[in-house]
Design a protein around this ligand. Structure first.
Ligand code: G3P
Length: 225
């Protein structure tokens, strides 16, 4: 499996219009540029239609925003682990708050990612669901309280307990699973707080994708690592 070194900052482009078509490549290049100039591990999750192009363009890890636990073949419109791996992506988010999956599908997707050599990042909404996800042995669990997603208050300020709770619960269940947190993270100070709470990095979107100067936003985000 390709390694995703920690601490890591994963930028989810979501389906923002700021990341459509050529704008996704431009944004990925900015992320790669800041990773190169600062030495900080930055990974990107572009829209799936741009996945292969971006994976072939930048030299930082590229992850899918989602995949489906399906085998190659009769699976029209689904994104199989096999096709995501073949695109050049190194991993995927699973069960994002905006793309929920059934528990059984999360489990199967994590297993299929392992077989395909893909890194799995299972998103959760609480400390207890983070512990449950850790039983599947993904590479990462990313806790994101849905009510804080896309807002201006960082989870590390609004609800540090859920971050600490997720870290403690996941460590108890499976010490090999790394923990990220996300929702409302915008600044280097927020990233520092996330690391001080015991996480291995952050997952964020609007703080970079919707910022008027994404390069400046990224430089600030990595400044306290
Ligand atoms: O996947 C990251 C996301 O859900 C958090 O979004 O905009 O609060 O950083 P945002």
């Amino acid at each position: 499996m390709t390694e995703l070194r920690t601490p890591v900052i994963i930028i989810n482009f979501k389906a923002y219009s700021e990341a459509e078509g050529p704008k996704a490549i431009k944004l990925a290049r900015i992320c790669a540029g800041v990773a190169e100039e600062t030495g900080v591990n930055i990974a990107v999750c572009p829209p799936i239609v741009e996945l292969g192009k971006i994976a072939r363009t930048v030299r930082i890890p590229v992850l899918s925003q989602h995949l489906d636990p399906m085998m190659p073949g009769s699976a029209t419109g689904w994104a199989t682990p096999s096709m995501v791996a073949a695109s050049g992506a190194v991993g995927t988010l699973l069960n994002h708050a905006e793309h929920h999956m059934m528990l059984a599908d999360i489990r199967q997707a994590v297993e299929m990612c392992r077989t395909a050599g893909l890194i799995s990042v299972v998103c959760t909404d609480s400390a207890s669901s983070s512990g449950a996800a850790a039983f599947f042995s993904p590479d990462f669990v990313a806790v994101e309280p849905p009510e804080l997603i896309g807002g201006d208050t960082s989870v590390t300020d609004a609800n540090p307990e859920v971050v600490k709770g997720a870290v403690d619960t996941v460590r108890r269940v499976n010490d090999n699973v790394a923990v990220l947190c996300g929702a409302g993270i915008k600044t280097g100070e927020d990233v520092r707080s996330a690391l001080d709470l015991g996480t291995d990095g952050v997952l964020l979107a609007s703080g970079v994708v919707k910022h008027k100067d994404p390069r400046q936003a990224l430089r600030d985000l990595v400044s306290r690592i």
